[in-house]
Design a protein around this ligand. Structure first.
Ligand code: S3P
Length: 174
């Protein structure tokens, strides 16, 4: 584990990575950073506009560059996008640069959470309820190959932050 301390929260869209990341950062007394927000700042437009105007390939390239551009950030919890670990060499990069935590939810839990907020998410905004569950099942299955490489896996919505933060400290030996 390198000296520069970073924690990357990974997991499917709607799993609550940002909420967990903020709580963990606060428990550790660290900074918090949201990769999607950084991408939007860099591109000067929303993720939805990047997808519709520039396409997914351009988004993935910007996502990977932005992730790697955060190298100088230390003592920071970074929440990533649902696809971040699964493209380019991003997962290997994160495994080398810090501690990775997979926030794991079931397809039904994800569907229930995502049906409220799918409008903001270009990959799922046009899917009906049943199509959404099918899409999540398929996509999650293919993405778990990367998600499962994370050093820590936590399941469910009610994560005990103090336990997680102690585990992070122990793993990082702080
Ligand atoms: C994506 C997830 C989104 C965002 C983009 C693509 C994905 O982030 O990066 O819409 O491929 O799963 P969230 O996981 O924060 O929704």
């Amino acid at each position: 584990m390198p000296d520069n301390r970073k924690v990357y929260i990974i997991g499917f869209m709607g799993s609550g990575k940002t909420t967990l990341g903020k709580k963990l950062a606060s428990a550790l007394g660290w900074s918090f950073l949201d990769l999607d927000k950084k991408i939007e700042e860099k591109a000067g437009k929303s993720i939805a506009d990047i997808f519709s105007q520039d396409g997914e390939e351009f988004f993935r390239k910007t996502e990977s560059e932005t992730l790697k551009g955060l190298e100088c950030e230390t003592n920071t919890v970074i929440s990533t996008g649902g696809g971040t670990p699964c493209y380019s060499d991003n997962m290997d990069f994160m495994l080398n640069a810090g501690l990775t935590i997979y926030l794991k939810l079931s397809p039904v839990q994800l569907r229930n959470r995502l049906s409220e907020s799918k409008g903001e998410r270009p990959l799922i905004k046009n899917l009906g309820k049943d199509e959404l569950l099918f899409f999540i099942g398929e996509k999650l299955h293919s993405r778990e190959e990367w998600y499962n490489k994370a050093e820590i896996c936590i399941e469910g919505i009610d994560v005990d932050i103090m336990t997680l933060s102690s585990r992070v400290k122990l793993t990082l030996n702080t």
